[in-house]
Design a protein around this ligand. Structure first.
Ligand code: ZN
Length: 139
């Protein structure tokens, strides 16, 4: 059993943005150590998320409306309390719902993905520098 670690930085450019991390993660997996096993991809932040989904222009556009669509019924008449601090409660709450890590099979030093699957960073409070962590367990 071996464990490998890596991390890298992504600078997002807009308030809401989908960033395709797939190629960067494929490249990083080559140097992680384990060849086969499990790959954990995590983000160190509270107002973005990572997911596996299709990187398609229409979906990227639809994502920009997701937080509002999911959370508007919960905003309440007084708005979100956290907005009094730094006006990004919707980004925090969407991050909670979408999740800050994904786990994938690792085969031959590559994450196993289906034809239409990409590993995506979902920025909801950009532009910001975002740190991604990779941890591989296996042999
Ligand atoms: Zn905040």
């Amino acid at each position: 059993m071996a464990i490998g670690y890596s991390h890298f930085l992504v600078q997002t450019e807009r308030k809401t943005q989908v960033v395709n991390l797939t190629e960067k993660i494929r490249e990083a997996c080559a140097g992680l150590g384990p060849k086969n096993g499990i790959l954990l991809i995590g983000v160190r932040h509270t107002t973005c998320a990572v997911c596996v989904n299709e990187d398609e222009a229409g979906l990227r556009h639809d994502f920009e409306r997701l937080g509002e669509a999911l959370l508007d019924p919960f905003r309440g008449q007084d708005g979100y309390r956290h907005d009094r601090i730094d006006d990004n409660a919707q980004a925090h709450l969407t991050s909670i719902l979408l999740g800050q890590s994904v786990t994938l099979p690792l085969r031959d030093r590559l994450p196993v993905l289906g034809t239409w699957q990409s590993i995506l960073l979902l920025e909801m409070d950009g532009p910001r520098p975002r740190t991604l962590d990779l941890t591989a367990f296996g042999e």
